[in-house]
Design a protein around this ligand. Structure first.
Ligand SMILES: Nc1ncnc2c1ncn2[C@@H]1O[C@H](COP(=O)(O)OP(=O)(O)O)[C@@H](O)[C@H]1O
Ligand SMILES: [Mg+2]
Length: 292
């Protein structure tokens, strides 16, 4: 349902900020996305504000990655409105999202495993010193800055020269978060940063999610773990087969209710009913044979 007027971004799609409150850093309003005739998202709304964590929860195939890709400029929405700081936008490439301060950390982190941590920290944005034929990468600056920036986030890496591939999954997520903060991101989007991690490492990553929030970024955290979401989240949206199954602020929902909804709530109750033991013992393998 994309007509020309919508593609041109009618000015009335720009929403005046509500009195006293800055517009959301990122806002999706009734957004839909189709892959051919597969409905990946329909009527999804979300807000991310500075200094807050917005959690997107949903099962596999719920549309979480699709939603991220729209915010990150990889895909375009087919209907609804996507606003950045109140301005209606339609991003056509990831660079546009980056230029507007939206940094995305994908689950399969784009790192070069054999390169040192500091090289990965500055990958694609290497500072140089000198001019003309003497221009070269400022290695000392990058080493020092990487170490300082990680320390500022509370990560004490003794050796920033070690290949990033030697860090644990959780540490690599943390480096990616510190990098986004250093390069001045306003919005940090994280796709299931704790999915492959154990309890302790997940805790460390969530600590840096909170640190990014406290640094004033708006964080969009994708997860299917309601416990992780509830630890750091200010807002929660629940996706189910591409549609909104719920939207809450923290004061509006308790952890056990969020968990119940994520677990499939009524569907799970139905299943548990079906799995209940039959009151009579089941006779398997026919009648017992008569021993005579
Ligand atoms: N590039 C694509 N082409 C066609 N269908 C897709 C594509 N990407 C995702 N889908 C479909 O869209 C739905 C939502 O997928 P996705 O956003 O990856 O969900 P999630 O990240 O929550 O697991 C799924 O049914 C998926 O099969
Ligand atoms: Mg996904």
């Amino acid at each position: 349902m994309t007509d020309a007027s919508e593609a041109r971004e009618a000015p009335e799609a720009d929403k005046a900020p509500e009195a006293g409150r800055a517009p959301a850093l990122v806002e999706l309003d009734d957004v839909s996305k189709y892959y051919g005739n597969i409905r990946a998202l329909e009527g999804v709304s979300l807000e991310a504000h500075a200094g807050e964590v917005t959690c997107v929860l949903g099962d596999n195939g719920a549309g979480k990655s699709t939603l991220i890709k729209i915010i990150a400029g990889l895909h375009q929405h087919d209907a609804g409105t996507f606003r950045i700081e109140g301005e209606s936008v339609r991003l056509s490439k990831p660079r546009e999202a980056l230029d507007r301060g939206i940094a995305t950390v994908y689950q399969d982190l784009a790192v070069v495993p054999l390169m040192p941590v500091w090289r990965n920290f500055f990958l694609g944005s290497e500072p140089t010193k000198g001019v003309g034929p003497f221009k070269r990468m400022d290695v000392e600056f990058m080493r020092r800055t990487t170490r300082e920036e990680l320390l500022r986030m509370g990560i004490d890496l003794r050796d920033v020269d070690q290949p990033i591939g030697t860090l644990s999954g959780g540490e690599r997520q943390c480096v990616a978060i510190a990098r986004a903060v250093y390069f001045g991101a306003k919005v940090l989007v994280l796709d299931e940063p704790t999915a492959a991690l154990g309890v302790k490492q997940s805790g460390v990553v969530l600590k840096y999610v909170a640190a990014a929030r406290d640094a004033g970024l708006g964080v969009v955290l994708i997860t299917h773990n309601p416990h992780h979401a509830y630890l750091v989240g200010d807002r929660f949206i629940l996706l189910k087969r591409g549609t909104m199954a719920g939207s809450y602020v923290k004061s509006g929902i308790e952890l056990d209710e969020l968990t119940r909804q994520m677990a499939g709530g009524s569907e799970l109750e139905e299943l548990s009913h079906e799995l209940e033991r039959a009151p009579e013992p089941l006779h398997l393998g026919g009648e017992p044979t008569d021993r005579s």
